[in-house]
Design a protein around this ligand. Structure first.
Ligand SMILES: [Cu+2]
Length: 491
């Protein structure tokens, strides 16, 4: 604003309309006039004071209805807390508001924010905050260094609309971010965002633990892994399974869904994708321009994106970082459950599954003659050996390396009561796939296991391998048993 005042003065001076004396007294007036102009006609002299509503992910505060600027008071408390990172795995998170990601803050362009940062007396470290929505030194970090048990306050004016990341910027910065110190602040444009039916808050982050993915217990931070940019976990909303099972996001067929997507990093860039959906609109990098018809959008570390789509077909849509090992092996997987009537003209479901018989005499010779013969096990040892490879190729992506599954998404095969009480039923599941609700070790799963293209021999081998590992009851499954069980399977 100062600069524009000066520019105006220079223009006026150049026009020769004012003497130097008049100019200096005039320039203060101009700057006052501009203050009012920038906060709009409808704004009263004293801005109304509003307490900001803050929410935990995946919820976001209600859209802003007011048509004028306000003074918005934000109270954000830093807490260092031990919480679940994955099943059986705990981590000491440093948080803005008690969870990862930090509280969602929603304000309007031209608002004046009075920002209070409190650091809980039980904290072991000082913290501060750098909001990317702030124009000023350190995005607020320079004014908010806060010792445990202290509170700091600063004001800022929201000049630019957009979706912005905030994070802690206290040294060692990487470690504070790696421990979960990030969140999103939305600065709505004056005219607001177009109305939608559902809005959700999803934020990715990478975590570095001494143990590998799934190693149980309270896991300490591993600086070397962080330096190597080799995360043990990449997750949405602070833990494996934060958005699956009964915590899945929900929508009805025909609804417009808006996802406020952030990436805290500290290291990884997210290739954000929703399996089975196309984003009708993406405000790339959280800015004001919308791109249309996007499959995967890049969300940089310390960046954000707003994605919008209409749900057309019921089913489970899987949110992933499409750097896909992160999704299936490091936790970056969430779910959106869409309920409502089928739209068979948009998606039919499977309408055919039959043997493909090539026509023409030359082609007909080809298949069996030249196809390499699949290995056949002649004893249990061989079955276990072949089954191990089959498991890694066909099952591990979902049921995980140790058969532990992913809570809420993929049931465990390790110590699975479903499997151990009825092996023939398990054969049926592997042979035909499975849909609908089942209970495994007391947990409900309502998802889909695809029909895999495996021969009786291969099913026998992979299930023999599963039955003899991870605390299952042992035994051997033969191709003859598979053939029989397959035929009698009903679900
Ligand atoms: Cu911090």
């Amino acid at each position: 604003m100062k600069r524009s005042t000066i520019q105006k003065s220079v223009v006026l001076a150049a026009l020769g309309l004012y003497s130097i004396g008049i100019l200096s007294s005039c320039s203060t007036q101009t700057s006052q006039a501009e203050t009012t102009a920038n906060t709009e006609e409808a704004t009263p002299k004293e801005l109304p004071v509003i307490q900001a509503e803050l929410t935990d992910a995946p919820l976001v505060p209600a859209p802003i209805a007011r048509k004028h600027a306000a003074k918005v008071v934000v109270n954000l408390e830093v807490k260092e807390v031990v919480k679940r990172l994955a099943d059986g795995v705990d981590y000491t998170f440093w948080t803005f508001g008690g969870s990862v990601p930090g509280k969602f803050i929603r304000i309007r362009q031209h608002d004046e924010v009075e920002f209070h940062l409190m650091n809980h007396p039980d904290s072991k470290n000082p913290h501060n905050i750098d909001l990317h929505a702030v124009t000023g030194p350190g995005g607020g970090a320079a004014s908010t260094f806060t010792a445990p048990g202290h509170e700091t306050v600063f004001n800022f004016k929201a000049l630019n609309p957009g979706l912005y990341v905030y994070h802690c910027a206290t040294a060692p910065v990487g470690m504070h971010i790696a421990n979960g110190m990030y969140g999103l602040i939305l600065v709505e444009p004056e005219e607001g965002l177009p109305a939608v039916d559902k809005e959700y808050y999803v934020m990715q982050g990478d975590f570095y633990t001494k143990g590998d993915f799934g190693d149980p217990g309270l896991q300490p931070f591993d600086m070397q892994k962080a330096l190597n940019e080799n995360p043990s976990y990449v997750v949405f909303n602070g833990s494996v399974g934060a958005l699956t099972g009964d915590k899945a996001l929900t929508a009805k067929v025909g609804e417009k869904v808006r996802l406020f997507v952030g990436n805290g990093g500290p290291n990884m860039i997210s290739s954000f994708h929703v399996i089975g959906e196309i984003f009708d609109k993406v405000y790339t990098e959280g800015g004001s321009k919308a791109n249309e018809n996007i499959q995967t959008t890049l969300v940089p570390a310390g960046g954000a994106a707003i994605t919008e789509f209409k749900t057309d077909v019921p089913g489970n849509y899987v949110l992933v970082d499409h750097s896909i090992f992160r999704a299936f092996n490091k936790g970056a997987l969430g779910m959106l459950k869409v309920e409502g009537g089928d739209e068979k003209n948009i998606y039919s479901g499977q309408i055919l599954d039959k043997i493909y018989q090539p026509e023409g005499s030359t082609l007909q010779e080809m298949p069996t003659a030249s196809a390499p013969k699949a290995a056949v096990a002649t004893n249990k040892e061989m079955r276990l050996e072949l089954g191990k490879t089959l498991y890694a190729q066909n099952c591990q992506a979902c049921h995980q390396a140790e058969g532990q599954g992913i809570k809420g998404a993929f049931p465990p095969l390790a110590k699975s009561d479903f499997l151990n009480t009825d092996v023939n039923r398990a054969i049926g599941v592997v042979a035909h796939g499975l849909e609908g609700q089942i209970k495994v070790n007391g947990e409900l799963y309502n998802s889909t296991m695809p029909k895999l293209k495996l021969s009786d021999e291969e099913i026998a081998n992979v299930l023999t391998f599963v039955m003899n590992n991870w605390g299952n009851k042992g035994g051997e499954v033969t191709p003859a048993q598979v053939d029989k069980a397959k035929k009698s399977f009903k679900h």
